[in-house]
Design a protein around this ligand. Structure first.
Ligand code: EPZ
Length: 417
């Protein structure tokens, strides 16, 4: 199992390009099932989760192939199945996102329950109740979902909490439903706007993404398109926190501050100077960071749960103490024990974690517990004296195309062993 070796203590300096967004390309890959024409996806990041999605598409009889570094051609014309094997469902937890698109295309679907993951249980009850609202019959006996939807019919669906995956799944199913579907209480993440833009490029009538009410006028035949995926705001947040943590001056080409303004606001409060324009985001961090007001994770436009571990890592040597409150997942502090091995002072109690800044951190052998927790270890290691080895980096490869390449471009002493 490969690992990363990081020698901390040096300031960052440099420019890096921001990869396409993992949490946008995954629902878009499911959405390609809604048209039998070829789709060309540009800016597609090379991630393990993208590979898993390609495996699912191929398993369904579709063709998907890379053209150049980051362009993916998908052709679902030859689709000949509607079942996703348990092995593939386990490969990627968010594969539940395929359910709505398969139902819209095939009128039936069979998927096993997606496994839980490192963040705690990942229920899909909102996905299933919404699909039932549209007329799907879903029998979830024995861990396998047998779904029949000979005729999906649009109507109003109310989400009791703004689930990103449920919003996306229902948008895709609604494209295959007759009439208008309105999703009230929808998630408002930028990735949902990206999905709407992709669907519109295929000829769908979708509106309201980015607000709490999304409308879809279904039953329209969709055509192929060429689409460029939005930049990954959490990858951008990761590298901003790396510069904040280690000190230095970096530029992230392609990053869009309007997608991560809660993160840049906290970094400015901590003492970073951040400037952004259409080309990207510049971040400079010269002095020791200050602790910040409590950080509470919330659905967009609140502070993103995916940036919680990463920001925590950036504040480990700050002056003062910062309170974190993780409200989205029940088990998203698993990186804390690993950060403590580097000398961090973090106290966890239920949903709260208090980070008290220390003067120094020291390198240590650490282990990734999950995707963003693993990225947080890299951010902390850049500010630690000495050498850190990060093991089980397969977690990181799920969401970062090449974190070592990007951090090296920003001046970090990091190699993949
Ligand atoms: C998406 O997961 C992201 N994944 C996650 O990013 C992100 O952390 C999360 O949204 C929140 O922003 C992708 O987009 C592929 P949710 P998702 O449904 O859709 C509960 C990363 O690091 N819930 O908004 O699964 C759920 O348990 C990953 O890139 C239900 O109760 O998140 C959670 O507590 C990690 N019932 C909360 O809602 C449901 O039917 C938010 O989940 C669905 C969700």
């Amino acid at each position: 199992m490969s690992q990363l070796r990081i020698r901390g203590g040096s300031r960052l300096q440099g420019e890096a390009d921001i990869q396409g967004a993992k949490n946008s390309i995954l629902p878009i890959l499911a959405a390609t099932l809604l048209t039998a024409d070829q789709v060309e996806l540009r800016g597609c990041p090379r991630l393990r989760d993208v590979d898993a999605s390609i495996h699912i598409l191929r398993d369904l009889g579709c063709r998907a192939r890379w053209e150049g570094e980051n362009t993916l051609l998908v052709d679902t014309r030859a689709l000949d199945g509607c079942a996703v094997s348990e092995r593939l469902m386990r490969e990627m937890r968010s594969s539940a996102i395929f359910l709505g698109a398969i139902l819209a295309r095939c009128g039936q679907a069979e998927l096993s329950y997606p496994g839980g993951c490192e963040l705690g249980p990942r229920p899909i009850d909102l996905h299933l109740s919404g699909l039932r609202d549209l007329g799907a019959e879903i029998d979830d006996a024995g861990g396998v979902l047998h779904c029949k939807a000979p005729r999906l019919k649009g109507r109003e669906i109310v989400l009791s909490l703004p689930s990103v995956g449920a919003t996306e799944n229902l948008m895709l199913a609604a494209c295959g439903a007759s009439g208008v579907t309105t999703i009230t209480g929808a998630a408002q993440e930028p990735e949902i706007v990206d999905l709407q833009n992709f669907l519109s490029a295929c000829g769908a009538r979708v509106s309201g993404a980015g607000s709490s009410t999304v409308s879809v006028e279904g039953g329209r035949p969709l055509h192929g398109c060429t689409y460029t995926v939005m930049p990954d705001r959490i990858a951008a947040a990761t590298y901003l926190c790396a510069a904040a943590s280690a000190g230095g001056e970096i530029f992230l080409r392609g990053a869009r501050e309007e997608h991560l303004s809660t993160v840049t606001a906290v970094l400015r409060e901590a003492g970073c100077s951040i400037l952004s324009d259409a080309a990207g985001i510049a971040c400079a961090s010269r002095d020791r960071l200050s602790a910040v007001r409590p950080v509470r994770t919330a659905p967009y436009p609140g502070f993103p749960t995916d940036a919680q571990a990463i920001l925590m890592a950036a504040l480990l040597k700050s002056r003062g103490a910062t309170v974190f409150e993780e409200n989205m997942f029940s088990s998203r502090y698993r990186h804390v024990d690993e950060l403590s091995r580097m000398g961090a002072d973090i106290r966890v109690s239920g949903r709260a974690a208090v980070v008290t800044g220390t003067e120094r951190l020291h390198g240590a052998p650490v282990r990734c517990t999950d995707l963003r927790g693993g990225a947080a270890l890299c951010v902390a290691a850049l500010a630690a004296e000495g050498e850190t080895t990060v093991r089980e980096i397969g977690h990181i490869d799920r969401g970062y195309e090449d974190i070592a390449r990007d951090l090296r471009r920003l001046g970090a002493d990091i190699v993949r062993l």
